[in-house]
Design a protein around this ligand. Structure first.
Ligand SMILES: [Zn+2]
Length: 264
């Protein structure tokens, strides 16, 4: 059976998983829009969360803050991004997480994307990666590192040169793919040909049109993603699935039920 769960509040990810009949939870360790943290809000802290999640058979995933951008040529963003990513990885290891998800980031409009790919390689060289680091495709950004398939190939080429490359995986987001301009049908094969692995699927419908560049998730049946494409992605990726959709327990449980109904 497909291992599934939702993006939830971090205060009790085990109870959140249980409420949704889920086997995993994903969460932020703090404010996703701030250069702060990470902080474990679970009563008893990191060690208690690790022990309780193991006992409850709930897998944990940490989503890094959105403000991080290890690709950028702006030193005042890139350097703290690396430092914060290390802190996220360290905290994730302390709670026994199965992975840390981070967005692919972007370079500035007039930058050579090659600089961004090299910045990624340098970041990975310098990190201590005790839990898998999963790079996620993004919906927008004219000069993004992981929005289009050709860029993803260049990114993977660059990071494959790092001795830490085997600690780096991929998180495929269906809303981001659709809004970023990647057709969902056949996408798993196209991605696998590049990365050789998909470690996690973010299954979300998209409020916006194909290739709009907008990142607005919605519940299945209410958006513009091709349902056949989403069904194929969750069925063939061979990876756990996280919904990052609105509606709390009710909305996300309905989305998980829809995925279970279409997964082959
Ligand atoms: Zn996502």
């Amino acid at each position: 059976m497909l291992l599934m769960g939702a993006h939830v509040d971090q205060s009790d990810p085990i109870a959140e998983a249980r409420a949704r009949g889920a086997g995993l939870s994903q969460f932020f360790l703090g404010d996703p829009q701030a250069w702060k943290g990470p902080q474990v809000a679970y009563p008893g802290g990191a060690a208690a969360l690790k022990a309780d999640a193991e006992a409850a058979h709930v897998k944990l995933y940490v989503h890094a803050p959105y403000v991080l951008n290890v690709a950028t040529t702006n030193n005042r963003i890139r350097i703290p991004s690396r430092q914060h990513l290390q802190k996220q990885l360290t905290a994730a290891a302390q709670i026994g997480a199965a992975g840390v998800i981070v967005h692919g980031g972007h370079v500035l409009a007039n930058d050579d994307p090659e600089t961004g790919f090299d910045n990624w390689r340098k970041a990975i060289d310098g990190l201590t990666i005790d839990v898998p680091l999963l790079i996620e495709n993004t919906a927008g950004g004219a000069n993004a590192m992981a929005r289009h398939i050709d860029r993803l190939a260049q990114l993977w080429d660059a990071i494959s040169a790092s001795p830490n490359a085997d600690r780096v995986g991929f998180c495929l987001d269906t809303c981001h793919a659709h809004a970023g301009g990647m057709e969902l049908l056949g996408l798993v094969d196209r991605v696998m040909a590049i990365t050789g692995r998909i470690d996690l699927v973010h299954a979300n419908d998209s409020r916006d049109a194909f290739d709009s560049g907008a990142d607005r998730h919605t519940n299945f049946g209410q958006g513009n993603c091709d349902p056949e494409g989403v069904a194929e992605v969750v069925s063939t990726a061979g990876a756990p699935v996280v919904v990052e959709t609105p509606g709390g327990v009710e909305g996300q449980t309905a989305d998980l039920e829809w995925i279970a109904s279409v997964a082959r």
